[in-house]
Write a protein that binds this ligand. Sequence first.
Ligand code: 5GP
Ligand code: ZN
Length: 112
Amino acid sequence: MSDCLFCKIIAGEIPANKIFEDKDVFAFHDIGAQAPHHFLVIPKKHIATLNDADDTALIGKLALTASKIAKELGIADDGYRVVMNCNEDGGQTVYHIHLHCLGGRPLTWPPG
Ligand code: 5GP
Ligand code: ZN
């Protein structure tokens, strides 16, 4: 998608602090970090919202990639949170699905 911010990040047209990339997924630090560690894992394939997703393996890979990176960052044992916002009430602002992973501090529940 030519007008999608995250597609542009994947393409290298907009700079991002990349953590990991393979043929399916791309992970990078969130520009507005809400925790000492806050990164996003996105599919390389453009999917606007979770409602539009039908690739079970790809959606699962987002979570396992987050877990792998959390282990590498040293936050896995203390814990972290993964969340995907969907549409307006879910707080989604970028319409290319992304799994947030936050850690490095205790997180409260429920979210706002
Ligand atoms: P959403 O609200 O859609 O779940 O999350 C979008 C996230 O993308 C936000 O946490 C926001 O800080 C992050 N974000 C928005 N624009 C950029 C950008 O240009 N670069 C990076 N690295 N993150 C971004
Ligand atoms: Zn996109």
